[in-house]
Design a protein around this ligand. Structure first.
Ligand SMILES: *Cc1c(COP(=O)(O)O)cnc(C)c1O
Length: 449
């Protein structure tokens, strides 16, 4: 791998000089506890001062290896040269006009890039927003306007955000929904092809799960009432579940046959994360609408809905938008981020990360029965931890391993419906030496467990 693009003066090394978190972080954490709402959590309360390439430097002078990318956001690093250059220049020119008041070129350029990069050669249009949840909400608005139907179908283990409608679309109760209802109506959940946990095994999973899902849609909702089917081509928060082969194409075909808008939520899996621009390309699926955010803009808040022009144009003028949607600085950052992805061929980097990670993790699995499943694609890799000899989820082990990694200066995240999945989302620009050093730490943590 080539040199990472982090801030030029930021050494690409792990350096631990205090306990994690260190004394200055603990001091800030006390101030934070006094003034930041308890509902906003943090995986690891080390306070950041600089970040870039594959590292995060904290207030105590520690440098941590980053296997989180701010939850799959900083794929190009947290201080990528082209992002910083373009966003800084835009910041000096103007910060905001509101695209709905007086427009600017950057927004249009981002929509042009989205039309080029997303799957399918049909005419496409986009609308830009601030967050992933907002993009998903707008995809639902657009699909309802286009189909003149109301029902929305989502899947077991799905995650789509924290706003009222997207809480309803999200499967997992704690921590996302507990106490926050009532939820939006006309949302229906059906099975997803979770190969590792499918009763008859992964080989039959794609066909059986799609048949079950379609049966539920036709019998319980009525296909003619469904505006949209929304699915993550690789389920993120739900545990990096890759729907078993055949599932996505079958569901997409069912949507097509029934006039239902098929929405791929690629907010976590998109923009080179899985070794392709979009994860749905893996099985040749062309969604009607695609939602993007996270990796799109190198850390600045931007999100999009992109799709078939006739569907995107179904909402009346003035029906879509928002004060900050497609902010000019965020658009400039997105253009810098996309430029970096092309120039450094980050799809190839993601594939290389998969090769290194899966190789090392498979060797660990042979020694540690607790690793039930290794899955994911590109730089979106996870291991599911179970009680040895069973498939009983072991969330305590996932928590203990994450903690052990944090103490050694490796930032890892957990996820999954059962909380028993360790997920790895390194920046795609991470150096291979840091990647291997991170895996050494994981290996040592397993050995000690
Ligand atoms: C993170 C995420 C969202 C929500 O994005 P926010 O920017 O946090 O609102 C929606 N869908 C998927 C698949 C995500 O991973």
């Amino acid at each position: 791998m080539t040199a990472p693009t982090g801030g030029p003066s930021l050494p690409q090394e792990r350096r631990i000089v205090t306990a994690i978190p260190g004394p200055k972080s603990l001091e800030l954490q006390a101030r934070r506890t006094a003034t930041v709402a308890a509902g906003v959590g943090s995986t690891l309360p080390v306070f950041t001062v600089r970040a870039g390439g594959g590292v995060i430097e904290d207030v105590d002078g520690n440098s941590l290896i980053d296997f989180g990318s701010g939850i799959a956001v900083t794929s190009v690093g947290s201080s990528a040269e082209a992002v910083v250059r373009r966003a800084s220049a835009q910041l000096a020119d103007f910060t905001h006009t509101c695209f709905m008041v007086t427009p600017y070129e950057g927004y249009v350029e981002v929509c042009e890039q989205l039309a080029e990069l997303t799957p399918g050669d049909h005419a496409k249009k986009s609308a830009l927003f601030n967050s992933g949840a907002e993009a998903v909400e707008n995809a639902v608005k657009i699909a309802r306007a286009y189909t003149k139907r109301q029902a929305v179908v989502v899947f077991d283990h799905g995650y789509h955000g924290r706003t009222n409608l997207t809480m309803a679309l999200t499967a997992k109760n704690m921590p996302y929904k507990q106490g926050f209802g009532p939820f939006a109506p006309e949302v229906y959940r059906v099975p997803v092809a979770y190969g590792y946990r499918w009763p008859t095994g992964p080989e039959n999973c794609g066909a059986e799960a799609s048949a079950q899902a379609i049966d539920q849609i036709t019998k319980q909702i009525g296909a003619e009432n469904v505006a949209a089917i929304i699915i993550e081509p690789v389920l993120g928060e739900g545990g990096f579940i890759e729907p078993a082969k055949g599932f996505l194409p079958r569901i997409a075909q069912f949507a097509k046959d029934n006039g239902i808008v098929f929405v791929a939520d690629e907010i976590q899996s998109g923009f080179c994360r899985t070794g392709q621009w979009f994860a749905c390309e893996d099985e040749g699926v062309v969604p009607d609408l695609i939602t993007t955010a996270k990796g799109i803009a190198g850390g600045l808040p931007l999100a999009a809905v992109t799709g078939r022009a006739e569907i995107m144009d179904a909402a009346h003028p003035g029906g879509l938008g928002g004060t900050y949607g497609g902010n000019p600085v965020a658009c400039a950052a997105a253009l810098g981020s996309i430029e970096t992805m092309r120039e450094l061929d980050l799809n190839a980097k993601a594939k290389r990360i998969e090769e290194v990670m899966k190789g090392r993790l498979s060797a660990m699995q042979e020694k540690h029965e607790i690793i039930g499943d290794i899955r994911g694609r590109g730089a979106m890799i996870a291991i599911e931890l179970v009680e040895p000899g069973t498939k009983n989820p072991d969330a305590a082990a996932a928590g203990a391993l994450a903690k052990a990694c944090h103490a050694e200066g490796l930032l890892v995240l957990t996820c999954g419906t059962y909380g028993n999945v360790l997920r790895f989302l390194p920046p795609l620009v991470i150096g291979e030496d840091l990647l291997n050093e991170g895996l050494d730490i994981i290996e040592a943590a397993f050995t000690r467990l």
